[in-house]
Design a protein around this ligand. Sequence first.
Ligand SMILES: Cc1cc2nc3c(=O)[nH]c(=O)nc-3n(C[C@H](O)[C@H](O)[C@H](O)COP(=O)(O)OP(=O)(O)OC[C@H]3O[C@@H](n4cnc5c(N)ncnc54)[C@H](O)[C@@H]3O)c2cc1C
Length: 512
Amino acid sequence: MDKEFDVVVAGAGNAGLIAAIKLQKAGKKTLIVEQHNVPGGCATSYVRGRFEIDPSLHELCSVGSKEKPGSIRRMFDDLGIRVNWVELKDCFRAVGRFSDGSPMDITMPCGKEAMIDAMEREVPGIRKKMERLFRLFDEVNEGLGYFSDGTNYNIRYALKHFSNMLIVGSHSCKVVFKALRLPQKCIDILSTYWSYLGVDMSRMSFLHYAMMVSSYMEEGAYIPAFTSHELSVALEDRFRELGGTIWFNCRAESFLFNDGKVCGVRTSYGDVSCRYALANVNEDIVYGSMVPKEIVTPRLRRLSNARKQKFGARMFTVHLCLDVTREELGINDYSIFMLGSADSEKEYANIMRGMEHNTFAIFVCYNVANPKASPEGTCMCSITTFGSPVDWDNLRPEDYAAFKEKCARKLIKQLKDNTGIDLEGHIEEIAIATPWTFARYLGTPEGCVYGHETADWDDIISRSLQMGKDYPVKGLKPIGAGGPRGDGYSSAYQCGELMAGMVLRELEEAAV
Ligand SMILES: Cc1cc2nc3c(=O)[nH]c(=O)nc-3n(C[C@H](O)[C@H](O)[C@H](O)COP(=O)(O)OP(=O)(O)OC[C@H]3O[C@@H](n4cnc5c(N)ncnc54)[C@H](O)[C@@H]3O)c2cc1C
């Protein structure tokens, strides 16, 4: 096997695959090493009986239509990646309680105009404020594009063109929504998406929220026709087509250094030399156990200590393969957010107190968007919530199976109580993924799939603006959901592309 490469990418997750394609396309001889036997990380599928199950993806943002492509569709087009996209009709249905305790059952369609109309029906007189909010979203998105990799910007230019963005820049959603004088009912509805970023609205950066939510609302949401495995296979195919090399069942053990700069990667298939390495691996693991101690700068140590292992979402998901159609079960919505309370602070606190107190879950029925998601006469659903370290860190191995089953039963009952959808007697296959499932398959600490929480001082804006300082190890950058773009499919793809661009620039500078 060839053992000399320009760049080695450790991990074939969403970020790793995109980074590797961009590097290989730019003429850099690139190797991906992936510990699993398939690509994708979270973006994969597995089979139970006659069903193919997607373990993670509910929906992707920033895809947009062919006519009005979003940043991910443009990125895929530029890199030559082909995917069969399916568009979702609605952003979400949310059932449960508004923060004042009154019952909630609302459906928000995709599309700015449709969304504003729906909000006007729920909160009469809100139209002008919603239009203003969408104008702010637009400015934020343009501004974030301008700051891009956080290393090359002119503050005077930014002040002239993105002054509103800079005003709201350091504030949380809660503060900005109050400043815009949005009524509480409107705030409650707009808060529904908090779980996609994993932090409540009092700690979530408004810019981060604006970036994701405006995309779902304006460009719509998409899934691939053949589970997220289709995405990963399309990426792997493209990488190989460009001449890239992938080693599966191969673990990156550590990064090798010469004179303070990366010169190779120690893998379970032996040492490989390279000029640069990207790690699609959580930063705590990269700096904690994959590089020599003296390479970790005091700033990186302080950053890690300040984050105090405060990891983002650790998922708990029940996948349900049912022996009847969705119509027979009365399922009409693709995704239903079940909220004990629309008050995200309360909801987040309850989640962290453990499963007994957790009242939050998201139900998805894949067949609503994609009738061919499962064999004829059947349908496939999932119910997802967040796990808390309170439950999962101290669970004894002998109690694991019983506890995960108890949690699954609770979620199935929650679905029935909230929506009337009764799955009892129709479950042909069931698979339960806990934070430990994700820890085992991805190698992430505590099974987190969002990296460290993007909250307070550690939001994506601070991360973007500190990029010049936060990647001080020569020839090595961690990438992925824990990176400057935060969690999620689109963010991981964007992170991979951004970092690959930086690697190309650094390699060019080094060659001069
Ligand atoms: C239940 C669930 C639902 C979700 N829903 C959505 C959703 O609807 N929309 C959305 O946008 N996002 C969603 N996400 C989040 C999204 O899946 C993740 O944030 C994103 O996929 C993370 O991508 P990543 O690039 O960080 O890589 P990861 O998926 O973490 O992959 C990392 C890869 O690196 C490999 N690896 C790690 N260490 C090594 C090593 N030492 N050597 C070799 N290989 C290694 C792993 O095996 C893995 O393949 C969901 C996640 C889950 C679990």
